[in-house]
Design a protein around this ligand. Sequence first.
Ligand SMILES: Cc1cc2nc3c(=O)[nH]c(=O)nc-3n(C[C@H](O)[C@H](O)[C@H](O)COP(=O)(O)OP(=O)(O)OC[C@H]3O[C@@H](n4cnc5c(N)ncnc54)[C@H](O)[C@@H]3O)c2cc1C
Length: 213
Amino acid sequence: MSGNAYDVIIIGSGPGGYVTAIRSAQLGFKTAIVEREHMGGICLNWGCIPTKALLRSAEIYHYMQHGKDYGLSAEGVSFDAAAVVKRSRGVSGQLNGGIGFLMKKNKVDIIWGEAKLTKPGEIAVGPSSKDAMQPQHPTPKGVKGHGSYSAKHIIVATGAKPRVIPGLEPDKENIWTYFEAMVPEKMPKSSSLWVPARSVSSLHPSTKQWALM
Ligand SMILES: Cc1cc2nc3c(=O)[nH]c(=O)nc-3n(C[C@H](O)[C@H](O)[C@H](O)COP(=O)(O)OP(=O)(O)OC[C@H]3O[C@@H](n4cnc5c(N)ncnc54)[C@H](O)[C@@H]3O)c2cc1C
């Protein structure tokens, strides 16, 4: 099998893609995963993980405000939105790096770029047609680059993206998607914020709570 030929290629390194890649490699298939933006997909970079990190800060702030109820005292309790966001990005970055490590450990090649299906069993990987959301975590080391790759099996695990309603484009001010929600420059007034969100109504009650904050 040549260097660019695989048993299995997975497009997209979100929870759908990276878990599949690990299992495929464990079963003895020569496996590669293609990613154009961020290892771990939306969940690790802009969804499940950074939201829970933000929530944790909100939870601790809430406890500190209500210390008296528990016989504790804390004065001058306040928050620094930039530091809260920085911590959340740090947690996300740590796990993002962990996925790169897991790929290496399981001998899954990472191909960095945007995949397009060109014919059955073949993909072309080139530059991303999408502007990467900022800030980005570093690209994993030792990735394979743009080019043509083939596989007996190609699995598409490219996830979803927020649908922008014409006339209600995200503006970082009053209209957010989950991308803007993860890196706010300041806390919005809850009455002025509109988050057209499907995913924040997902499984976790805590996520809903955050959406209502
Ligand atoms: C704010 C928020 C909070 C959430 N909280 C939770 C939670 O608490 N619990 C929970 O279970 N779920 C949660 N989710 C949902 C969860 O993030 C998604 O269900 C999950 O990320 C879907 O995984 P996936 O692998 O299908 O796709 P994604 O995570 O979207 O990954 C797809 C990957 O494919 C890449 N890609 C796309 N096209 C190409 C291409 N052509 N070439 C190369 N790469 C490509 C993308 O860059 C991306 O990295 C949340 C989502 C959001 C937005």
